[in-house]
Design a protein around this ligand. Structure first.
Ligand code: ADP
Ligand code: MG
Length: 323
């Protein structure tokens, strides 16, 4: 039988370079630079709520960090340190060393890509639940906020939306994809890529930003509410994969695109005068950036089809507490 301390020592203790003190004491120590602010975010993945308990542990390790990196991206922050609170059922903690090994590898591989250091956490027994807290840094006063959108701003999104939700719909048998289509959509669901570099480049360019974790309508809605503005977007300008595009006559596919969630792309607003700079960033990073609409005075979000008719959507985003 492995003890909690064995688990921490074997799987979650690696030397740190950028923290004053990492795993092993009652708390970790980090030194914040005087000209920067710390940005802190936390996200939990609950088994059978956010993922299937039988999921590939390596991908889980990746995803739980990626969703937190995405919050750093949305703030324009450099991710630096993370803590990990793991609640493990007995069978994973004691009988299945491979699970922990692979989970840790998925986590550390992505962490190394971004030079993020695991500096602490908590390990307890119970239903599988994984919480990562991330700490980043941003130049003082420069963080990208949800509250900065201005009337007249262009609305932009990065990447392609809807694939993660479509892959999930396929797994839940509410939609049937061809094997090659599922294979194309699946990485978006299990190994999302956070747009950290994009977030950094958007400092001094975007007036507001959010990462799309609950679906475009819900998350753009947060920008509008926090900024006290309205917006109109064009459905046809929202970029999606060829797999999803084929099915856009089905309401479920439209819903995946507009309200599916788990995209981890950025939605941001910027003045029209920044269009050229934004195109340069897109070319430089090799990330598709699509201009999908405009910020207007007032309240609410209007989505127009190619004839200029309003599209009404029933389910506007992922909400744990909605009926
Ligand atoms: P305490 O009892 O003081 O809360 P713990 O015994 O829970 O301390 O943890 C011992 C050390 O191991 C602490 O530095 C803690 O941050 C770290 N730690 C515990 N669980 C994890 C984990 N899953 N990942 C990384 N570090 C962890
Ligand atoms: Mg503890």
């Amino acid at each position: 039988m492995r003890s909690e301390f064995d688990i921490i020592r074997r799987h979650f203790t690696r030397p740190v370079n950028n923290a004053v003190l990492g795993v092993g004491d009652d708390g970790a120590l980090i030194a914040a630079a005087p000209d920067r602010e710390l940005v802190i975010a936390v996200d939990t993945l609950v088994a059978n709520q956010h993922f299937f308990e039988s999921s590939d542990p390596r991908k889980l390790g990746h995803k739980v960090l990626a969703v937190n990196l995405s919050d750093m991206a949305a703030m324009g922050a450099i991710p630096r340190w993370a803590t990990l609170a793991l609640t493990l059922p007995n069978y994973l903690a004691h009988k299945n060393e491979i699970w922990l090994k692979e989970f840790a590898e998925g986590f550390y591989t992505l962490a190394q890509d971004y030079q993020v250091e695991l500096i602490g956490g908590d390990t307890t027994q119970g239903p599988l639940n994984i919480t990562v807290q991330i700490i980043g840094e941003v130049e003082r006063g420069k963080a990208l906020l949800r509250s900065g959108a201005k009337v007249g701003d262009d609305i932009w999104i990065s990447g392609l939306l809807g694939d993660a939700a479509l892959a999930l719909a396929h797994e839940q048998r509410s939609f049937l994809l061809k094997p090659e289509e599922y294979n194309q959509c699946m990485p978006a669901l299990y190994t999302p890529v956070a747009r950290v570099e994009l977030g950094r480049r958007l400092i001094n360019i975007a007036n507001s930003a959010i990462d799309i974790s609950d679906g475009l309508i819900a998350d753009l809605g947060h920008i509008l509410e926090n900024s006290q503005v309205a917006a109109t977007i064009k459905f046809n300008d929202i970029a999606c994969s060829n797999s999803l595009k084929k099915y856009l006559r089905h309401p479920l596919a439209v819903n995946c695109l507009l309200a599916g969630g788990d995209d981890y792309e950025l939605c941001f607003t910027a003045s029209r005068s920044k269009r050229n700079k934004i195109q340069d960033i897109s070319l430089n990073l090799g990330i598709l950036l699509s201009r999908i609409g405009k910020v207007k005075p007032g309240k609410g979000l209007t989505i127009l089809d190619k004839e200029g008719k309003e599209i009404l959507v029933e389910k506007t985003g992922y909400d744990h507490f909605s009926a």
